[in-house]
Ligand binder design. Sequence first.
Ligand code: 1BN
Ligand code: ZN
Length: 391
Amino acid sequence: MIFSWFWTRALVPQRSVTLSEFRRACAKTSRKPALNGDHVSDRSRTGICGCLSQASARTWVPRVPRIWGPGIARTPGAPSLRRLCFCGKGGIARASISLTLVLTTLAIRAQHFDGARAYEYAREFAAIGPRWPTGPGHVKAEEFLRAHFQRNRDQFEEDTFTADTPIGPVQLSNFIVRFPGRKPGAIVLGTHYETNYPLRNINFVGANDGASTTGLLLAIADRLRAESSQSRDKKLEGYSVRLIFFDGEEAIQQWSRSDSTYGSRHLAAKWGRDGTLNQIKAFLLADMIGDKDLDIQRETNSTPWLIDLVAQAAKKFGYQRYFFQQSMDVEDDHLPFVERGVPSIDIIDHDYGPNNSYHHTAQDTMDKISAHSLTIDGDVFMESIRLIDQR
Ligand code: 1BN
Ligand code: ZN
């Protein structure tokens, strides 16, 4: 039987014992002796639980959490969760596994978000180069996302359509990834992944504008995949989560309501027709929030209760100074959803570089964004999901 750090620290009275004491207790109860380095427990009989120290076979001490998931190092050679379970009675074993799955999920959630992982995804994605619609980088960006979701066996779909643009019909594709939950209803997180067509001749890679938030959502997908895999039915505990990688957010010629947000306008209309919009509890859009100097504005087209909820999530981590110090209204991919009554928020930092001088310029490169900002973003997105689940 194994127990996570929460169990050993929070629920079980702690006392130090030696390895020989533990082995004697095991022998009395016909338990298999544990291996050095194993996390062990004989709480039911002896009330002791912890992890055998690899440094000394003589001392048994509670140690670091023996949990693992994306971004959490599993000790090389550490036994799997199932192998660690060695208690006798089937029912107790099953209950123990369930408890462990719940506690492991809580432990994953308790970790700070892995912004370094999000940054690495963003770096790979920006390295594709400019991703303007109809260009070669756009095809590569689609291939990157497709290959990524296929490799991870995610439930994903490509929502391909033809947009009517100032340069004629253009084929665009939104990518939608689903993580089913136990509660009826869905939380939607979105970003755009393409780059600006008018900037196609200046090597504009959109490290912040497109790549950073694509990296963020890919790292969020890793967390959701890990959380799902911890449960027996492979579902999230709360609402389903859908991640959308929108195409065609940028203007093809000049930003206007009809020349921008092609992917979100298409999907919101489609989901309005097929009833999907009615299931959406909240839509959180991420845009340009990889900026090293993070300064997220209160976007005034966004839904007030959702702004408050995100502020509450930020407060939990002491991140207030990065959020909502200024207000601004921005037309973005959330508007087609706002207009159809879906509670929505644009989490955007439209203050990028001195006097916004990096925005839509060749200066929008990886050195202007940071893993730290992506950690802040990820923490707040994950906590916002939790708060929406609890509403
Ligand atoms: C976001 C990224 N946007 C364009 N690239 C939308 C936007 C429109 C942001 C107007 C600020 C002002
Ligand atoms: Zn842009």
